[in-house]
Design a protein around this ligand. Structure first.
Ligand SMILES: [Zn+2]
Ligand SMILES: [Zn+2]
Length: 144
């Protein structure tokens, strides 16, 4: 939270109490959340909150690189690498428990950049979503 606050100050952007609350909720959850999960929790704090409230806050947080949208499961996660907003994020998504691990790879990043250059393509943002089974769930399958 402190890191985010510092970055916002540095970028000269306003972290409204609402945006702050959404970040706090996501940090507390420590897992992917849908917009409706977030709305439900936000309503406990701000009963007048409506879907556009959440979507506006999320759009802002995505734009700032604090949050990634996970398209394939229509959820949002907080990014642990705020200070590098242009990073390519590799998400390992467990199909059993929906846990998500975020990884970065300078090698893959360089490779993607060179493929993009070859096609004169400018990458704006990229999230690689990779589905499978996490260690915890894989152990459970073996244990059965
Ligand atoms: Zn990230
Ligand atoms: Zn799992």
């Amino acid at each position: 939270m402190q890191t985010i606050e510092k970055l916002c100050a540095k970028r000269n952007i306003r972290l409204t109490p609402q945006r702050k609350t959404v970040i706090q909720l996501m940090l507390n959850a420590d897992k992917a959340m849908s917009a409706y999960d977030l709305l439900d929790q936000l309503k406990e704090i701000e009963p007048q909150a409506k879907p556009p409230t959440i979507y506006r806050a999320l759009d802002f947080l995505i734009e700032q690189g604090f949050v990634h949208k996970v398209e394939s499961i229509n959820c949002y996660i907080i990014c642990p690498h705020f200070d590098d907003p242009s990073h390519i994020s590799i998400l390992f998504i467990c199909d059993k428990c929906q846990s998500i691990i975020e990884e970065h790879s300078p090698i893959i990043e360089a490779q993607l950049q060179s493929l993009a250059q070859k096609n004169m393509f400018i990458i704006q943002h990229s999230v690689l979503e990779i589905h499978g089974t996490c260690q915890h769930c894989a152990n459970q399958i073996v244990g059965q």
